[in-house]
Each structure stands twice: as structure tokens, then as C-alpha cells.
Ligand binder design. Structure first.
Ligand SMILES: Nc1ncnc2c1ncn2[C@@H]1O[C@H](COP(=O)(O)OP(=O)(O)OP(=O)(O)O)[C@@H](O)[C@H]1O
Length: 269
């Protein structure tokens, strides 16, 4: 049985893709010697310019992609592929359109052979946790984008992963829905203590949610800087958090560093 929370060690991970373009074979060096230790229960935001390898790193953590060199350890054990200790929330919830919210959440448990009564109970509990107890029988086309993301989150939580991976989970949502879900993630984190690694382009989101913001730079992707976020906890009142000097200072600092690495720097470094 997977521990309900765990640390993650990324040790010297590198990755190159081989791409065939017509008759030519090209190598794309995406990640270059990435090392990072994530404490159990920590929230890490991965950010950086488009193409710097954020999603690739997340996919390596999930086990969908294999590193060429280096390794990833979860709770001290090297991962060899996907496992029960990790689950992912994608930008698009990727729900089965013919299944209800409840049946979508049950899916991951079905695949693991969990008996029907138990998977129904767990799925209901997770849908309650994400605030969808009233909509368990609706199909995806009867849910808003934000509600679909909540179902995706409930599905990821249903297997009680030690590590929750989130790939721009709220990127496609409007600002209000996004803010509601950010508060929801913090509330769920306070309740479950999961280790969370999420990818975002939104620096507000990164600073509001994370204990540390990891800035990757492209060409090939490597860690440029790790920013500690010392905002007080719990941060469930995001309106108040946004008003804190520490919030705007940190956000500005990360933005400045990010823009210094942009192809046409908007500011002097
Ligand atoms: N399966 C693949 N085969 C070939 N190249 C790939 C593959 N997956 C990713 N890449 C390349 O790796 C690089 C990094 O992609 P990745 O999606 O990890 O970046 P990202 O930082 O998440 O980008 P974005 O912010 O735009 O989502 C890109 O150049 C991309 O084209």
C-alpha cells in the first residue's frame, strides 16, 4: 500500500527526444541534469518559459516518460514507471463523456480491482471533498469546465496517491473559477497533507499555492532558481494573501528573473 504522503527526490535527470522530420532525425535535448528534493507534504510550483520542459519533467515524475539518465525516488524508492503512489490532474480533465461524474471517479479504482461498494464509497467521498456532492450523477456535458476539473481532481485523489501531480490544471478556466479552485487545492492540501507538484505559467498561482517556486529555463531545460515562498499558512483567504507585501515582492522577483531569460528581454537583467 502506498504511503499517503511522501518526499520526492529528482536526481540528476536528463532527457533528450529524438524527432523525425522528413528524412532527418533530430535530437531535442529537453532536460539537463535536473536535481531537486521535495519534502513530504510540500507544494512545489514548476514554472518557466514555454518549451523549457515542465510537462516532460512532470511526465517523468508520473512514470509516463523515462529519463535517459538520473533517477526519481518517491519515499526513498526509485520509480520504474507509473505507480499507485502518484496520480495526475491534466489541463483538460479528460473525462469519459458517457460516464457520470461518479463513474468517472470510480474508473481509476475499477482499474485497480477495488470492489464495487468500496469504490462507490470512495468516489462519493472524493466528490464531496472537491465540493461536487450535489452533481455526482451528471455527465461531463452537464458540468462546467471548473466542475469537470473538480471531477479530474477527485479522480486523481480517489487512489489516495502520496504525490499529486498537476499539469496546468486550471490553465483553461476563467479567472474567478480558477481562483475558487486554487483555494480548494489549498483546503484539500490542508486536509490531506499530500505532496503536490504542479506546473503553471501563472506566477500569481505559483506564489499563492507553493512553498517553493522552481523556475526552469530552456535550451536545454535546467533549474535557474528556486524561490522560497514564506507566506503565512493556511492561505485559504487568497484575497488577503494577494494584499501582502511578501506576495507582490516574490511575484515580481520571479517575473523579473523569468523575463531576463525571455528571447527578447523586456527588462534589463
Ligand atoms: N514526445 C516528444 N517527442 C519529441 N519532442 C517532445 C516530446 N515531448 C516534448 N517534446 C519537446 O520537448 C520540449 C519541452 O516540451 P514540454 O512540453 O515539456 O515543455 P513545457 O515547458 O511544458 O512547455 P509549455 O509551457 O509550452 O507547455 C519541446 O521542445 C517539445 O517540443
Amino acid at each position: 500500500m502506498a504511503p499517503s504522503r511522501a518526499g520526492v527526490s529528482i536526481e540528476d535527470v536528463s532527457k533528450t527526444f529524438t524527432v523525425r522530420v522528413g528524412k532527418q532525425v533530430q535530437s531535442v535535448h529537453v532536460l539537463d541534469h535536473i536535481s531537486l528534493h521535495i519534502e513530504p507534504g510540500e507544494i512545489i510550483a514548476l514554472t518557466g518559459l514555454s518549451g523549457c520542459g515542465k510537462t516532460t519533467l512532470l511526465r517523468i515524475l508520473l512514470g509516463l516518460e523515462k529519463a535517459d539518465s538520473g533517477r526519481v525516488l518517491v519515499d526513498g524508492t526509485e520509480i520504474k514507471g507509473c505507480g499507485e503512489d502518484r496520480s495526475m490532474v491534466f489541463q483538460n480533465a479528460q473525462l469519459f463523456p458517457w460516464r457520470t461524474a461518479l463513474e468517472n471517479v470510480e474508473f481509476g479504482l475499477e482499474a485497480r480491482g477495488v470492489p464495487k461498494a468500496e469504490r462507490r464509497r470512495t468516489a462519493l467521498e472524493k466528490l464531496e471533498l472537491v465540493g461536487l456532492g450535489h452533481a455526482v450523477d451528471r455527465r461531463p456535458d452537464q458540468l462546467s469546465g471548473g466542475m469537470q476539473q473538480r471531477v479530474g481532481l477527485a479522480r486523481a485523489l480517489s487512489v489516495d496517491p502520496a504525490v499529486l501531480l498537476m499539469d496546468e490544471p486550471f490553465g483553461a478556466l476563467d479567472a474567478q473559477t480558477r481562483e475558487g479552485l486554487q483555494a480548494e487545492v489549498l483546503r484539500i492540501h490542508a486536509e490531506t497533507g499530500k505532496t503536490i507538484v504542479f506546473v503553471t505559467h501563472d506566477l500569481d498561482e505559483a506564489v499563492l499555492l507553493a512553498d517553493r517556486v522552481v523556475l526552469l529555463v530552456p535550451g536545454p531545460g535546467r533549474i535557474d532558481e528556486v524561490f522560497e515562498v514564506d507566506l503565512p499558512k493556511p492561505r485559504t483567504d487568497l484575497v488577503t494573501v494577494r494584499g501582502l507585501t511578501e506576495f507582490s515582492t516574490r511575484r515580481y522577483e520571479i517575473w523579473r528573473r523569468l523575463m531576463a531569460g525571455a528571447p527578447t528581454p523586456a527588462i534589463a537583467s
